[in-house]
Design a protein around this ligand. Structure first.
Ligand SMILES: [Zn+2]
Length: 452
């Protein structure tokens, strides 16, 4: 059974000579547009390189794939091409047999396809283009000449009948080009919401929070009216479809009027990091928010008054977050204590250097396998938010200990990270104008043109 809207037949003859140059067709081939549709029926006398690009091309087929159909040697005299749509409940086998393809051939084609693509990933509405030997010319050979489709915005796949009578799968990948992605916003209720409103991809937001987690207490420092912006890599197809996002090149937050701006740079050490315009690394010895900031509870009205939060009785900072939220090591160090610790519940303490330790309490569990004496790197997951010990709800209780005494993690002066010097500082400073230019363009401020 075939539904009219799901099927488009291509059964027109290719006009043998036309004004379209091979060069133009070549670029059409590269762009992957409508190529196979141009060659709807291939007779022995037709020359694919002179196909008429102005032939009526149903959109269904042009969307289906980037392969041109050429008749294999010894193929039947005429090949018919049609696009079929995956319907609810379809398997590829169902789809092929519904289109009069022999079960054995369908099976052989599917097993060839399975080497490069899991057919269970196909989705309702996805298009497959089938090239079938004309029923009139049907003889002993398989009638499925080829099957092609777009697996995703980047990959097109074709399974075709070879001269040997087997099926073989071929994958074509589109070249991606890098572009600047940019997002900016003003926080009304939460950073997360404002970032989503600005269409910032979740992965970029996550990285951005990570960058600022050294400076910012995401539960207390964010106020309505605070601003942020971020410049990041996007990898897009020729047609402009963003396939994936890459690294952050620049990120800034303006918190209560104070701006923090960081630029990506790779110093001679080879370790790419983020630096403020003076060349100071964003990295501090310890993080102020050793937890995924996006998952922190963020209702401004419900926030504890900072003074009430830091009474003498409470010698740490609480971050309310859902049970299971990963907790990170605030800095490089060695696990000093891991286990149950009275009112603290499940508790970890890390020794960072001779004067600083950090502690994490009320966890639901520890990172599997983590034990006393293990080395941890800053940002490593060490455990998960919970409410063990004397706790009223899921939260991380975080302490910074200086020479054994609890200090307020938010006000303690943490040792700074790397500062660029010498050649590194010069190269970094020299790299800023180009990056700032890109930021200006992304903001829509246009290019700064030299004026007389
Ligand atoms: Zn606490």
């Amino acid at each position: 059974m075939m539904r009219f809207f799901g099927v488009a037949f291509m059964n027109h003859r290719v006009r043998s000579r036309s004004a379209v140059t091979a060069g133009v067709l070549g670029s059409v081939l590269l762009a992957g547009i409508a190529v196979s549709a141009l060659l709807g029926t291939i007779g022995p006398d037709s020359d694919p390189t002179t196909a008429d690009a102005s032939s009526a091309v149903p959109a269904l087929i042009s969307e289906a794939n980037a392969f041109s159909i050429t008749a294999p040697d010894g193929a039947p005299a005429s090949v018919q091409t049609k696009a079929v749509k995956v319907e609810r409940g379809d398997t590829l086998m169902k789809l092929l047999t519904r289109n009069d393809i022999d079960r054995r051939d369908a099976h052989a084609a599917i097993s060839a396809l399975s080497e490069v693509y899991d057919p269970r990933r196909m989705q309702i509405g996805q298009l497959f283009e089938l090239s079938l030997a004309d029923s009139a010319a049907e003889t002993a050979g398989p009638n499925l000449v080829s099957l092609s489709f777009k697996a995703d915005p980047v990959r097109s796949i074709q399974v075709r009948l070879t001269d040997d009578g087997d099926y073989q799968a071929e994958v074509k990948e589109k070249a991606l080009k890098r572009a600047d992605g940019f997002g900016a916003g003003t926080i009304k209720s939460s950073l997360y919401e404002a970032a989503m409103d600005a269409d910032i991809p979740a992965a970029v937001l996550h990285d951005m929070i990570r960058i600022f987690s050294f400076d910012v207490d995401f539960q207390r420092d964010i106020q309505p009216g605070d601003k942020f912006e971020v410049l990041y890599d996007e990898h897009a197809t020729e047609e402009g479809a963003v396939v994936r996002v890459g690294e952050i090149r620049y990120a800034a937050m303006t918190l209560s009027g104070k701006e923090l701006a960081y630029y990506q740079y790779t110093p001679k050490s080879g370790i790419t990091d983020y630096f403020n315009p003076q060349g100071q690394s964003v990295r501090k010895t310890l993080m102020r928010t050793p937890i995924n900031g996006a998952r922190l509870s963020s209702g401004f009205g419900k926030r504890k008054h900072p003074i009430l939060g830091y009474t003498k009785m409470h010698r740490g900072t609480d971050f309310a977050a859902p049970t299971g939220t990963p907790i990170m090591a605030a800095g490089d160090g060695v696990v000093d204590f891991i286990g149950r610790n009275g009112a603290y519940g499940k508790y970890i303490r890390i020794r960072h250097n001779s004067s600083y330790k950090t502690a994490y309490a009320h966890m639901s569990g520890f990172k599997r396998g983590l034990k006393q004496g293990d080395r941890v790197k800053q940002g490593d997951t060490i455990g998960y938010v919970g409410t063990t010990g004397r706790s009223t709800g899921p939260h991380l209780h975080y302490e910074v200990l200086e020479n054994g005494k609890q200090r307020n993690p938010m006000s303690v002066k943490l040792p700074a990270g790397e500062k660029l010097e010498g050649q590194d500082l010069k190269r970094f400073a020299a790299s800023l104008p180009a990056l700032q230019q890109r930021i200006a363009v992304a903001r829509g401020e246009g290019q700064f043109l030299a004026q007389d």
